[in-house]
Write a protein that binds this ligand. Structure first.
Ligand SMILES: [Zn+2]
Length: 421
């Protein structure tokens, strides 16, 4: 039984990074909220009978909702303020200095359950208003805070309890005595939505990392971490902390972290053998151009990630980025890879590519009959006539302070967000 029809321009990202465009498209859904038709309005209208629901005109171009494969919930309140007060020439590098000065104090706030609940609530409403409906997030070292995030966020969000036991404040260290119990109970309650999360090699010793990897293997969980973000961080890891390992990536490989479908953020300063290790391990990359630009980290090589055929998606890395907007992230992706990245590829990397990485591609990322009727409606320039130009017209002019162009979010046939603007 058909329940609803929405008619309007339609963008469908496809594997390989191109986008199918229907200028006068239509989505039709049944009473269970599943899509029964995706395509041209003309084709649908030739099939429909008289007892058909009248179509609603879409409020903008229709496309799959966004997913963010790398973001930090407790840093949402300080988004864009990662480097506040950090001098440009600080000895340990701006990443490590910003963590100590701004990020760790913000994360300590989430040792309070009441504050965690508020931070998670604000993160949820802000992301939804930007059409971001799921992804992979870091919470903190607190198991109660991680449980709050997994409970209060919809099931498309995966969340990690962060492992840390060195080069971090005393009150931001993993409770190693109770770690097995915490992981076991979070895995029992939330399954693979719970991610074993290695902060990065600077903050986690090999013993704890190996324990985390073993727990992930035991409970069938995936892992996430950061890798090769800045040169000073890479030097610290390779020369000071792990001189017996072949490289920064080798630390994660030998400690067993990469084997567990690891989502690895950044990968800006990689040697060829490190790319090869990632490719051999089945890991996926979270590419964070806004964060990398904001912290002066550099630009991940699009040529290398493609050459080694490593799955990757673009991600905000809140709070290094000032906004949860994936439209802004798409704009930054195109800006930092000018001449190499198309708008169609940017859309693919913010929708279907992350859905594939997160194993959510049966629910999200693509619009096809038999899938949930989940899509967003986005304001665009109606004079644009190609997918490339339509996508370009959706992107905010100010990438740091974007106003959301998302007018409506529909999940499984039900309206989850409507813009009042
Ligand atoms: Zn991060």
């Amino acid at each position: 039984m058909l329940k609803q029809i929405v008619r309007g321009p339609l963008l469908i990202p496809m594997r390989g990074g191109f986008v199918q465009y229907h200028a006068d498209g239509a989505l039709a859904g049944d009473e269970r909220g599943m899509l029964v038709f995706v395509g041209d309005w003309k084709e649908l209208s030739s099939k429909v009978g008289v007892d058909f629901p009248s179509p609603r005109r879409s409020d903008g171009v229709m496309l799959p909702p966004f997913l963010d494969v790398h973001t930090h919930i407790p840093q949402h309140p300080i988004r864009g303020g990662f480097l506040d007060g950090v001098p440009p020439d600080v000895k340990e590098g701006r990443l490590l200095a910003g963590l100590a000065r701004n990020v760790f104090p913000a994360e300590i706030q989430c040792n309070s359950e009441e504050l965690s609940r508020r931070v998670v609530g604000e993160f949820h409403s802000d992301t939804l208003a930007h059409g971001v409906v799921g992804g992979a997030a870091y919470m903190t070292i607190s198991a109660p805070a991680t449980r709050i995030a997994l409970t209060d966020l919809p099931s498309m969000w995966s969340v990690g309890l962060v492992l840390m036991n060195q080069n971090c404040p005393e009150n931001l260290r993993t409770d190693e005595a109770n770690l097995d119990l915490d992981v076991e109970s979070l895995a029992a309650e939330f399954g693979r939505r719970f991610i074993v999360t290695d902060r990065f090699a600077v903050a986690v010793d090999s013993t704890l990392r190996r324990r985390g990897a073993a727990l992930a293997a035991r409970f069938g969980l995936r892992t996430q971490t950061h890798l090769n973000e800045q040169t000073s961080e890479k030097d610290f890891v390779e020369k000071r902390l792990y001189p017996n390992y072949a490289s920064y990536t080798d630390v994660y490989r030998r400690d067993g972290l990469l084997e567990q479908e690891c989502i690895v953020a950044h990968c800006v300063h990689m040697r060829n053998e490190e790319w090869k290790m990632l490719a051999d391990s089945g890991a996926a990359v979270a590419h964070c151009p806004t964060s990398n630009l904001a912290l002066g980290s550099g630009v991940m090589s699009l040529a290398n990630v493609s050459e080694y055929q490593i799955p990757f998606a673009i991600a905000t890395d809140i709070g290094a980025s000032p906004t949860v907007s994936m439209l802004a992230e798409m704009g930054r992706f195109i800006a930092v890879h000018r001449g190499l990245a198309t708008h169609e590829q940017a859309l693919y990397r913010a929708t279907l590519a992350p859905a594939e990485i997160l194993n959510l591609d049966k629910e999200l990322g693509q619009l096809a009959p038999g899938r949930p009727m989940s899509f967003i409606e986005v304001a665009f320039d109606t004079a644009a006539v190609t997918a490339e130009k339509i996508i370009a017209s959706m992107l905010p002019a100010d990438l740091d302070h974007p106003r959301s162009a998302v007018r409506r979010v529909t999940l499984a046939g039900k309206v989850a967000f409507e813009s009042r603007a």
